[in-house]
Design a protein around this ligand. Structure first.
Ligand code: PLP
Length: 348
């Protein structure tokens, strides 16, 4: 086995030569003084692309969501969120720990959406017994699932009618946009803007499928971003000469959006290659994330399977529910190696 096929996450990508060149020649300044031209250019670019007044470059998607929730909510407020969303489940409880903002988690439906009736029922009346319901947070894609556009419109319209602000954790917004564009025939950028247009704030990760090494952007109104900037400082995320990182992100926006379609095709190729193997239940992927459940007696072999995959240079996450993520640094040959390794294991 020569190189590894790393399907653990789309965060593992290396910057391309072109991206490294863009990083190397980026003009720099002190961004805490607002002086970094490359950071400013990136913020202007992503804000314009998604139809917002302003944007803020932050080190991580986690910090971006934290800045968003704390800029929308005060102490004693709550945000309505899905059980499996990153900004509830995977961020160390940051909004509660650092902002005294309580989550009101809801169960997802099979397609990843939150039932409109559940959202409506979760909004608390103005009564001293209750936290103040202040924000609805959605995520798209969610575990690789594309939220239907009609649903996003309905959920965000409902939230607005209930007086809630609306935040989108769009870490993989461009995966959603590319997948949606494949069905509407519109351009991916237009779909991204259409999705973003339903929200008061949107967070986008550059370090996932877009293939940049570091960074996210939070987008919103100028007044909202000014509040978020204060929180970013408080959270220790105001960087100085961050322009090299911003240049990588800007390069990704110029060169790596349309190619996400390749990742989606590879996830489908992997799913097709695994479908029909006894002991596996393969969920049809909508974007770049494939979940495969071990069922029946195959569950007893999960450790052995992971060891076998590792011995073949195939990296994935999960135990009984394996997760394979395709990205810039995986090609068809790598996917075929993963299929061969899985088939090899189950044919024995
Ligand atoms: C990865 C991810 C984040 C957080 O990004 P980090 O940069 O790892 O902090 C937030 N939301 C979603 C949906 C993600 O996939």
């Amino acid at each position: 086995m020569t190189t590894k096929v790393d399907l653990r996450s789309d965060t593992v990508t290396q910057p391309t030569e072109g991206m490294r060149a863009a990083m190397a020649r980026a003009p720099l300044g002190d961004d805490v003084f607002g002086d970094d031209p490359s950071v400013n250019a990136l913020q202007d670019k992503i804000a314009a692309m998604l139809g917002f007044e302003a944007a803020l470059f932050v080190p991580t998607g986690t910090q971006s969501n934290l800045c968003a929730i704390l800029a929308h909510c005060q102490r004693g407020d709550e945000y309505i969120v899905g059980q499996m969303q990153h900004c509830y489940r995977w961020e160390g409880g940051g909004a509660a720990v650092l902002g005294s903002v309580q989550p009101q988690p809801l169960n997802h439906q099979a397609d990843g959406t939150l039932a409109l009736a559940d959202i409506e029922a979760a909004v608390k009346p103005d009564d001293p017994h209750f936290a103040r319901s202040r924000l609805l947070a959605l995520e798209n894609t969610l575990g690789g699932k594309l939220l239907p556009m009609a649903y996003i419109e309905a959920a965000t319209t409902l939230a607005r009618s209930q007086g809630l602000a609306r935040h989108l954790d769009g870490a993989r917004l461009f995966n959603a946009a590319v997948a949606q564009a494949a069905t509407t025939g519109a351009e991916a950028r237009a779909e991204a803007r259409r999705i973003a247009g339903c929200f008061d704030s949107v967070s986008v990760c550059f370090s996932k499928g877009l293939g940049a090494p570091v960074g996210s952007a939070l987008c919103g109104s100028a007044e909202f971003i000014a509040r978020a900037r204060r929180i970013r400082k408080m959270a220790g995320g105001a960087m100085r000469q961050a322009g090299g990182l911003a240049a990588a992100a800007a390069y990704a926006l110029d060169h790596h959006i349309e190619r996400l379609a390749d990742d989606h095709l590879l996830a489908k190729r992997l799913a097709d290659g695994l479908t029909g193997l006894a002991g596996l239940q393969v969920e049809a992927p909508q974007t770049n994330i494939l979940f495969v459940d071990l069922v029946g007696s195959a569950r007893d072999q999960s450790e052995a399977l992971l060891q076998h995959l590792a011995s073949q240079g195939i990296q994935a996450t999960g135990l009984y529910r394996l997760r394979f993520v395709t990205h810039l640094d995986v090609d068809a040959a790598g996917v075929d190696r993963a299929i061969a390794a899985m088939r090899g294991f189950f044919s024995n």
